[in-house]
Design a protein around this ligand. Structure first.
Ligand code: ATP
Length: 159
């Protein structure tokens, strides 16, 4: 079976995640083939930029997914694919979908809607991992400078 390896991004801006809409209406995450001599991270950032026009930076590795598909619907041409995913953040919301690859839209979708919109179950699962990580980060930054425990809070109150 032929092996294919790609990398992609779950790109965050504010309270939204970047999805691409294909010509058939499917919403997917940006990703693409890792080129010879390229690092996974580099490929993920390059593909996000090429497919969506978004210049992002990597925050964290999220995990990998696997699926198989039949090339040109040919039963004899099965491809096993691995995709490595990274949580990324963007500094702005400007997007340019890569029309040549059949993408008609690139949009930041609100965190509340993004899982339901994504076409593939395995991409949904990766988005859920990203949402957990985002929640963790938001909690940390909301607590920044605050006392850690009830007792520290009490102590702070007293002295
Ligand atoms: P890449 O974006 O990595 O360059 P590609 O556009 O050539 O890849 P895929 O997006 O992997 O190809 O699509 C190949 C086939 O696999 C299509 O039939 C597509 O519907 C299906 N497919 C794409 N993504 C997934 C997924 N996450 N889970 C299951 N099947 C998928």
């Amino acid at each position: 079976m032929r092996e294919e390896i790609s990398a992609g991004g779950v790109v965050l801006f504010g309270n939204a995640i970047l999805l691409l809409r294909k010509f058939n209406g499917d919403w997917v995450l940006p990703k693409g083939r890792i080129e010879a001599g390229e690092q996974k991270k580099e490929a993920a950032l390059r593909e996000v930029l090429e497919e969506t026009g978004v210049k992002a930076e990597i925050l964290k590795y999220l995990g990998e997914i696997h699926y198989t598909y039949k090339e040109n619907w040919d039963e004899n041409k099965a491809v096993h694919k691995t995709v490595f995913w990274y949580l990324m953040k963007s500094r702005n919301m400007d997007t340019v979908p890569l029309k040549e690859e059949g993408f008609v839209d690139a949009k930041f979708i609100h965190l509340d809607r993004v899982v339901d919109l994504a076409r593939y179950n395995d991409e949904r699962e990766i988005i859920k991992v990203a949402l957990e990580e985002i929640k963790k980060r938001n909690k940390k930054s909301a607590n920044y400078g605050r006392p850690d425990t009830k007792y520290e809070r009490l102590a702070e109150h007293r002295f």
